[in-house]
Design a protein around this ligand. Structure first.
Ligand code: DGJ
Length: 549
């Protein structure tokens, strides 16, 4: 078949598909060789996200949200949908906010991730309807060891589960109805930061009976005991001092599974849970009131896998800015059976550099919390600022990824991408790639090497706090896309190229156009490459080819 004829045929097919009003492919997660892609409209998608403030889930509050999202250049917005708002009276549903949200998201040309604030929001019942909140008889709260009512709704509340599930199913039906063709909504978070603070588990009658039962086979198959225990038997026999936390995780995950399963049965979008983290650097030990017990903390991801197969992944909400903690958390959540996605990270400037690391590592998405001009500052967990200056550091990163978002997601799925962000120690970091390694250093002047001027005290302006990072995609044997800022990247031979002399063939600065074609602006050479590739404060994208001699 002649090429032009083939092209015409493809065009005609696509035109008739559009004319027929057929739906775009439903978003889904695919995994291969331990890597993952979020498929949107049939191709890998990189979520450059922003999360709304909690109370921005009303039509009037959307205007300042859209303004921030536009300034950020985000392609996806995460917005709560609250049970209290969609079912204020039992059995009477009102999805008018969802309608407005979806319509305005389309006008703003962004996708949506909906956050279902149901039984649990940051562990408590605040977003459940009033008819749930204050009816402990029908919707029981957890009981402590003395039988005292605790703040958190019990995961053993049969009526609570039934009611939450019903509302969630109605929501999913509604989304299917209004969005099956456009697929503006690409994912759903089920509940928000579940778990319980201050109590390891429920001691109500149903919970007590379940705790005495043998550990389910699926949990035994997924979760090894951290300390020697029985191969099977009760929770205490198998998991010893970890039994209560694990049991609570299983109870909450099983509850969420029922909701996710029923929701996906009516409209099968990818679903996930988010997590208020436990300290990833603390030596592993049983719960001692140091994190929300039963939430999908890294130590119980296996239990969530066992109990909630309709949940695709557990995702970390990152509010500790230290590099060692961030990297340890990412290591623990990025697994062959658990795609990495960061649905929340602080919106303070210091968190922007982690976009290079997180996107570079092949995450499905990255989303600062409070990318929203609502009159609310999340300091000290986030920025003191509430205006363009808060958004600017994230916008700068998104600006370079946005034009290559689809390529990047594909490269990540193929295992070609790497990421680095500057630590508080400012020490260089090395990335091992195929046949090459990259050394990324920080606080370098663009000219020369530090040892040329051992007595020099001057430091590059704008580097008082760590803010550097780089993301690299190896797109060929000796070819790379390098994006980043405030960093120096040097590439040298490794593995089969170890010890070989090499030099740059081309170092093109440019960008990808809408069709995915590379557009070169200029070629870097001379001073701009003699001392490594010095990525300035303004993020740049380089297409780099090397050769050996
Ligand atoms: C994490 C929660 O998931 C969000 O809804 C919000 O409460 C933030 N914390 C505030 O930092």
């Amino acid at each position: 078949m002649k090429r032009s004829f083939k092209r015409t045929l493809v065009f005609l097919c696509m035109a008739s598909l559009a004319a027929s009003g057929l739906a775009a492919e439903i978003p889904r997660l695919v995994s291969k060789d331990g890597r993952h892609a979020l498929m949107v409209d049939g191709a890998p998608f990189l979520m450059l996200g922003g999360q709304a403030h909690n109370s921005s889930n009303y039509p009037a509050a959307l205007k300042p949200l859209w303004a921030a999202i536009r300034d950020a250049g985000a392609n996806t917005v995460e917005v709560p949908v609250a049970w209290e708002q969609v079912e204020p009276t039992e059995g009477h549903f009102d999805f008018s906010f969802v309608d407005t949200l979806v319509k305005e998201a389309r006008q703003n040309k962004v996708r949506l991730v909906l956050l279902w604030f149901g039984t649990w929001k940051n562990t408590n019942a605040s977003y459940s309807p009033e008819w749930v909140k204050f009816n402990n008889q029908r919707f029981p709260r957890m009981l402590d060891k003395d039988g005292k009512v605790f703040y958190c709704l019990s995961p053993f509340g049969e009526e609570t589960l039934k009611a939450d599930r019903k509302a969630f199913v109605e929501l999913m039906k509604h989304i299917r109805q209004i969005d099956e063709r456009d697929r503006t909504v690409i994912m759903v978070q089920v509940e928000n930061e579940v778990g319980t603070y201050g109590l390891v588990r429920d001691y109500g009658a149903r919970a007590q009976a379940a705790f005495a039962q043998p550990v389910p086979a699926s949990v035994l198959a997924h979760k090894q005991p951290p300390v020697p225990g029985a191969a099977s038997g009760s929770w205490s026999e198998v998991y010893g001092p970890y039994a209560e936390e694990y049991f609570h995780a299983w109870a909450i995950a099983s509850y969420i599974e029922e909701i996710a399963k029923a929701g996906r049965a009516v409209y099968d979008l990818p679903m996930y849970v988010n997590n208020a983290l436990r300290d990833p650097l603390e030596p592993m030990a049983p719960w001692k009131n140091n994190f929300g017990s039963g939430g999908p903390t890294f130590d119980v991801i296996d239990i969530y896998k066992a109990a909630a197969p309709h949940i695709e992944f557990a995702a970390p909400d990152i509010y500790s800015p230290e590099w060692a903690k961030v990297t340890a958390t990412l290591d623990k959540f990025q697994r062959a059976d658990n795609p990495l996605m960061v649905p929340e990270i602080g919106n303070a400037e210091g968190y922007a550099r982690y976009a290079w690391l997180i996107i570079g590592r092949g995450a499905l998405g990255y989303s600062p919390f409070g990318l929203d001009y609502a009159d609310y500052s999340n300091f000290p967990l986030g920025s003191k600022l509430k205006d363009k200056a808060m958004v600017a550091p994230f916008a700068a990163v998104y600006k370079v990824f946005a034009p290559m978002q689809r390529q990047w997601a594909k490269w990540a799925f193929e295992g070609r991408t790497y990421g680095v962000s500057e630590s508080e120690e400012r020490t260089p970091q090395t990335i091992e790639m195929k046949g090459w390694k990259a050394t990324v250093s920080f606080r370098e002047w663009q000219m020369g090497e530090k040892h040329f001027w051992p007595d020099m005290k001057d430091l590059p302006p704008g580097t008082d706090a760590p803010n550097g990072g780089a993301a690299i995609a190896q797109i060929g044997d000796s070819e790379f896309i390098i994006a980043g800022q405030h960093a120096r990247v040097k590439i040298s031979g490794s593995g089969p190229n170890e010890g070989k002399s090499s030099m740059y063939a081309r170092v093109e600065e440019g960008s990808f156009d809408a069709s995915g074609k590379w557009v070169m602006e200029r070629n870097w050479n001379g001073d701009q490459t003699d001392y490594g590739l010095n990525l300035p404060a303004r993020p740049v994208v380089l297409k780099v080819r090397l050769g050996t001699y």
